[in-house]
Design a protein around this ligand. Structure first.
Ligand SMILES: Nc1ncnc2c1ncn2[C@@H]1O[C@H](COP(=O)(O)OP(=O)(O)O)[C@@H](O)[C@H]1O
Ligand SMILES: [Mg+2]
Length: 253
C-alpha cells in the first residue's frame, strides 16, 4: 500500500509507526516484522469483529515502502487513556466503563482464535532469561489453571480503547487476542497498569473487575506469575527487571 505524503505519526515505538492518514489508520512495521504476525493481527481483527466486538474495520494488510502495513478505518475520537488524563475528576467512572467493556468482550466467543494457554506456553518458552526451574514451575502452574473460551484481548489497556464521536467505545490493537480465561486477561491488564507505575489505578481496576465479574482477587492474582513470564517475551525495553520481580512476588502470594 502507498503511504500518503500528509500522514501524521500518532505513535512510534520499537518496530512500528502508527500513522493517521485521514480516513484510515496505518500501522507500518519495520522490515524485520514477520508477515505472519501482521496477517495474524489482521485475522484476529476480522474474527473479533465477526464475534460482535466494536472494533475498527480492517481494510488492508500489504507491503508498504517500509515493511508490512495494516490499514484500518479510522474511528474518530480520543483514547480512553487521553480522557483519563485530561479529566481525572471522573477517573472512577472511566475505570468502570473500562471494566464493563472488558467484561462485555469476555461474553463473546470466537472459536477459531488461538487458545490462550497455547499462546502463554509459546511465549514463556521463548523467553531466554528465565532459569529452567522457574520456567518449569510457571508452566506447571499454567497447566493447572482452568481453561475457558472467553474472548480475551491480551493487551487490554486504556490506550487501546477509543471513545468514538458516536459515543461508543471501540477496541483496537488485537495482535494478542486469544480465547481463554478472563481472570488471566484481567491479570495482564493489572500488570500493564503496574508497568506504567499506575499502582492506584491498578488496584481500583482490580477491585472493580473482581466485584463485577464476579470473581475472587486470588483467582486473578494466581495468574500474575504466568502473565509476567509471558510478557517478558515481548522484550519491551526497561521491563525485564520489573517483570522478573513479579514472577517471584506472585510465587509467594
Ligand atoms: N482505527 C483506529 N482509529 C483511531 N485511532 C486508532 C486506530 N487504530 C489505532 N489508533 C490509535 O493509534 C494508537 C496505536 O495503535 P495500536 O494499534 O494500539 O498500536 P500499538 O501496537 O503500537 O499499541 C492507538 O492507541 C490509537 O490511539
Ligand atoms: Mg496499542
Amino acid at each position: 500500500m502507498n503511504l500518503p505524503a500528509d500522514k501524521k505519526a500518532i505513535v512510534s515505538r520499537g518496530n512500528k509507526v502508527v500513522y493517521d492518514c485521514g480516513d484510515r489508520i496505518i500501522k507500518v512495521f519495520n522490515e524485520n516484522k514477520p508477515a505472519a504476525d501482521v496477517f495474524n493481527e489482521a485475522l484476529n481483527l476480522a474474527r473479533v469483529e465477526e464475534a460482535g466486538a466494536d472494533v475498527p474495520r480492517i481494510l488492508e494488510a500489504s507491503k508498504s515502502e517500509v515493511g508490512w502495513a495494516l490499514a484500518t478505518e479510522k474511528v474518530p475520537g480520543i483514547t480512553l487513556a487521553e480522557r483519563m488524563e485530561s479529566d481525572p475528576k471522573n477517573l472512577d467512572s472511566y475505570i468502570e466503563q473500562f471494566v464493563d467493556l472488558q467484561l462485555k468482550l469476555q461474553t463473546l466467543r470466537s472459536p477459531l482464535l488461538t487458545q490462550q494457554k497455547d499462546k502463554f506456553v509459546r511465549m514463556i518458552n521463548s523467553v531466554e532469561e528465565i532459569d529452567k526451574t522457574s520456567r518449569y514451575e510457571v508452566l506447571m502452574k499454567l497447566d493447572g489453571m482452568p481453561t475457558h473460551n472467553k474472548l480475551c484481548h491480551g493487551d487490554f489497556n486504556p490506550t487501546n480503547v477509543i471513545i468514538g464521536e458516536d459515543g461508543k467505545l471501540y477496541v483496537c490493537d488485537w495482535a494478542h487476542a486469544t480465547q481463554g480465561n478472563g481472570s488471566a486477561d484481567a491479570a495482564t491488564t493489572y500488570l500493564l497498569f503496574e508497568i506504567e507505575e499506575e499502582h492506584d489505578i491498578a488496584e481500583r481496576y482490580l477491585d472493580l473487575y473482581c466485584q463485577k465479574a464476579p470473581t475472587n482477587r486470588k483467582y486473578v492474582l494466581d495468574w500474575l506469575a504466568i502473565v509476567a513470564a509471558s510478557e517478558l517475551a515481548r522484550k519491551r525495553p526497561g521491563e525485564r527487571e520489573f517483570l522478573t520481580h513479579w514472577i517471584n512476588v506472585a510465587d509467594y502470594q
